[in-house]
Design a protein around this ligand. Structure first.
Ligand code: SAH
Ligand code: SF4
Ligand code: F3S
Length: 472
């Protein structure tokens, strides 16, 4: 039995008054006409969604946002700990802020997010960068107004790594980055402890949000014109286990699907161990759920999957994929894969290649294994050199490029419903996306951004399609 987590809707009672206090302070402290914040988020969509809550709170305290730190009164890096490369970038970028702080000593520099939940990292940052005035971890997000107020009003640096994740905090303001594509978190944390992964350590135990709150947020987004909504969680298939109410992910998504409107619904991430045929059936019979399944397989070798603690093997993965292919016409499968897990041999890697060839993914997020302090895999023998791993990685990219290119070519001549997303920035080209998440370039007036259109595909590259708008 999963531990139950209660929901508290206490933001207005405990935190919103601090936003008023921050507002007052910033009226005196701002450099320009309005207080300016620069919020930079690294990492996955969960972090992006947290960043949108932070912006929602800052906006209520009177802040405007800029996408460069130069004029900012408040600078925040919302960090990711998933791979070493992600962490290195944060260290480099925080180091580069030294000059801004020297020039404008009143600028408050803050760090939050997943890196800050790792004690050794948070301590190192706190020591290496004395001009950082506020540090807090993912579990303290709901207390951000209070921490910000303390950092602005006192003369001490504020440092909080709060490991209490026994509640789901609701009622936080949100300012979404997009006006027609948006994230909707349905759960937080992770209980899976894949042996390579830091996420369960920095995001705490899995806990689901209350179903009625999610449904009403989904309705609000649809009413406000959102056309592409992605439900978020590290393992959405286990949604509901920590709630008193008995509700599964398939039930949740079917209920959202029944909301009227013209929109696409997606979700990520599905863990293959919990991805049921019931869920595939729910997608197949839905009105709004995209024919797109992001199903990370990580490795094609059952031996490595066992070492990774993934709780499925190659056969089970292929089973669910084949079921999805049989039920959902033209299903677009995307995935994550790790190359060079400790102890992986070239034979294991070849099994990854053969799985990629068998499934024919639309696209892949590909990673070279990166050891994370405190995870079991970091203690395992890892005899393969970095050069060798890079060679395997390149081999994998070549195989996937050929598959993606073949898939794109097979779509030439078809008419695709697309969501018009953004200007490419040259030759009046507009970027659009299919429900299977493939990029389509077309010529169209920019007024169509944020609407669904039909495009006849005329050309295919390796990863993108080109086509002409079909006039009604
Ligand atoms: N919850 C999601 C993934 C979250 S992390 C899932 O289970 O699928 C996103 C991706 O980063 C993972 O799917 C994995 O492919 C990759 N990843 C995680 N830890 C890693 C590590 N230590 N080294 C390399 N890649 C890693
Ligand atoms: Fe990490 Fe595994 Fe949890 Fe995904 S399911 S976040 S890979 S531990
Ligand atoms: Fe990174 Fe944290 Fe997401 S470690 S991948 S930002 S959950």
């Amino acid at each position: 039995m999963a531990k139950k987590y209660s929901t508290v809707n206490d933001f207005n009672e405990t935190q919103s008054e601090y936003l008023n206090l921050v507002y007052e302070i910033m009226q005196k402290r701002k450099r320009g006409e309005k207080p300016i914040a620069y919020v930079h988020t690294y990492g996955c969509q969960q972090n992006v969604a947290d960043g949108e809550n932070i912006k929602g709170m800052l906006s209520k305290a009177g802040f405007d946002f800029e996408d460069k730190p130069d004029n900012a009164d408040f600078i925040l890096f919302n960090t990711c700990a998933v791979r070493e490369h992600a962490e290195d970038r944060v260290f480099g970028n925080v180091g580069a802020l030294k000059n801004i702080k020297r020039k404008y000593p009143n600028t408050l520099i803050a760090l939050c997010g997943c890196m800050m939940e790792q004690k050794h990292i948070a301590d190192r940052m706190y020591k290496s960068f004395p001009y950082v005035g506020l540090v807090f971890g993912t579990h303290a997000l709901h207390m951000f107004p209070e921490l910000l107020y303390k950092a602005l009003s006192g003369d001490k640096r504020v440092y909080l790594r709060d490991n209490d994740d026994s509640m789901v905090h609701e009622g936080l303001p949100v300012q979404r980055d997009g006006s027609f594509k948006g994230w909707l978190p349905i759960m937080y944390g992770c209980n899976n402890f894949c042996t390579y992964c830091i996420v369960p350590y920095v995001r705490g135990r899995e806990r689901s949000r209350n179903k009625d709150i999610i449904i009403s947020e989904a309705k609000e987004m649809i009413n406000n014109g959102y056309k592409d909504i992605t439900l978020l969680g590290q393992n959405v298939n286990s949604y509901g286990k920590t709630l008193d109410e008995k509700v599964s992910f398939s039930e949740l998504i079917s209920e959202i699907d029944s909301i009227d409107g013209d929109y696409w619904l997606r979700f990520m991430t599905s863990h293959p161990k919990d991805c049921t045929k019931e869920l595939i059936d729910a997608i197949a019979s839905s009105k709004h759920i995209s024919a797109h399944l992001h199903l990370p397989f990580q490795s094609g070798s059952s031996r490595i999957l066992k070492l990774m603690n993934r709780h499925y093997d190659r056969e089970k993965y292929l089973d669910i994929v084949n079921y999805a292919k049989s039920k959902i016409p033209d299903v677009s499968l995307t995935s994550d894969v790790i190359v060079g897990f400790p102890g992986e041999t070239y034979e294991d890697f070849k099994e990854t290649i053969s799985l990629i060839k068998e499934v024919e993914f639309t696209s892949l997020f590909t990673f070279i294994y990166s050891p994370r302090v405190g995870t079991p895999a970091a203690e395992m023998d890892d005899p393969i050199s970095d050069e060798e791993k890079s060679k395997w990685f390149k081999e994998l990219l070549d195989v996937q490029e050929e598959i993606a290119s073949k898939r794109c070519k097979s779509m030439v001549g078809t008419i695709q419903k697309v969501l018009v997303e953004s200007e490419k920035g040259k030759d009046d080209i507009i970027n659009c996306r299919t429900s299977g998440n493939i990029l389509v370039e077309t010529k169209a007036p920019k007024e169509l951004i944020g609407t669904f259109q039909n495009v006849k595909i005329t050309k295919a590259g390796n990863w993108i399609l080109k086509g002409d708008l079909v006039k009604e």
